[in-house]
Design a protein around this ligand. Structure first.
Ligand SMILES: Nc1ncnc2c1ncn2[C@@H]1O[C@H](COP(=O)(O)OP(=O)(O)OP(=O)(O)O)[C@@H](O)[C@H]1O
Ligand SMILES: [Mg+2]
Length: 319
């Protein structure tokens, strides 16, 4: 992907986007509403032509060799071509048939995918009776009917509960273990962290960071652990107990002690051990992971999301 640009009328949605995805990996496009994620996905899936720059999928240009590209990608997301009146099984078989698969093969492939996505029990129910999570799994299954080597997923888990989200993560990992290449967009830092080998952070149509999940997280700051102690004296003792391990990262405010760590939640174990060693027991505790907002502030110096800029009255910090 090189220098990709795209405008919708007045709105410059992409302003020169560059990135490469290594085969057999998960690449995460992370960004807030309006950043340009869907526009990128639509260009790669040949639905939309770029104004400038170029994009290739496995050596095929998305504009010149659109048919070759379409043959190699599966698209799951806002545009999945499924019919809510048909059952899960009927939908998957239909997609196979439309792709000129022999009937027997389409039937077998549908059942194989229903099984893999945990939808066998619901296979004979119309899609309109599916829950959000089931529906999303069927969307991804639909994208996989033709066994494409490259899978594009546009915000596959937005709005799903934690259970459905981790189920989708699990299947994604399995697919990649079998050799698929996945490009996924998300608004969740945690999701990109969980799945992606590399993450590009997209903001207002440009890539503001492109790194491994670990490197990005190290840059994006820290897990915050806040302990509530019974009184100020105990809080002082706790602060002292933690000073060895977290010297520059411990602060106290009244009966509260705050620790920041770049080791992620693992720091919690060290914190609790140190306290236990001194016979100190907190009466309250919270752990906060860095969010996309934190990442944004760090990378762009502002909190506000791209689309907020066009909405009047939006509050933008540091703008
Ligand atoms: N068809 C369109 N016509 C006009 N403007 C558009 C159109 N589609 C997208 N945009 C604008 O282009 C920019 C990028 O949109 P895009 O849908 O790619 O963002 P996104 O990162 O996918 O956001 P979201 O997380 O909300 O899905 C936004 O400012 C959006 O308002
Ligand atoms: Mg989008």
């Amino acid at each position: 992907m090189q220098g990709l640009s795209k405008a919708y009328g007045e709105v410059q949605a992409l302003k020169g986007v560059d990135f490469d995805v290594a085969a057999g990996t998960v690449f995460g496009l992370l960004g807030p509403n309006g950043a340009g994620k869907t526009t990128i996905v639509r260009i790669i899936s040949t639905v939309l032509k770029p104004d400038g720059g170029r994009a290739e999928v496995m050596g095929h240009d998305v504009v010149r060799d659109a048919a070759e590209v379409r043959y190699r990608i599966g698209l799951a997301g806002q545009y999945a071509a499924v019919d809510p009146q048909l059952t899960g099984r009927e939908n998957l078989r239909l997609i196979g048939r439309l792709a000129q698969m022999p009937r027997k093969m389409a039937v077998a492939r549908a059942d194989e995918l229903l099984e893999r996505f945990g939808l066998s029990d619901a296979a004979s129910r119309p899609l309109r009776t599916y829950s959000g999570g089931m529906r999303r799994r069927l969307d991804v299954a639909a994208a996989l009917v033709q066994k494409p080597p490259v899978l594009l997923m546009d915000e596959p888990t937005t709005g799903l509960d934690i259970q459905s989200r981790s189920e989708l993560w699990e299947v994604t990992r399995e697919l990649v273990a079998e050799g698929s290449t996945v490009l996924l967009t998300t608004q969740y830092l945690e999701e990109a962290d969980q799945l992606a080998d590399r993450i590009a952070v997209v903001d207002r149509g440009t890539v503001v960071a492109n790194d491994t999940a670990a490197a990005l997280k190290a840059r994006l700051g820290s897990t915050t652990i806040e302990l509530g102690m019974e009184n100020e004296d105990l809080a002082l003792s706790a602060e002292r107990a933690l000073a060895d391990l977290f010297a520059d990262h411990t602060e106290r405010e009244g009966d509260k002690v705050r620790i920041t760590s770049s080791q992620g939640p693992m720091a919690l174990i060290d914190v609790l051990r140190s306290l236990e060693g001194q016979g100190l027991a907190p009466v309250g505790m919270s752990v906060r992971e860095p969010t996309l907002d934190d990442a944004f502030l760090e990378l762009t110096g502002r909190y506000c999301h791209a689309d907020d800029l066009v909405h009047e009255g939006a509050i933008c910090y540091g703008e």
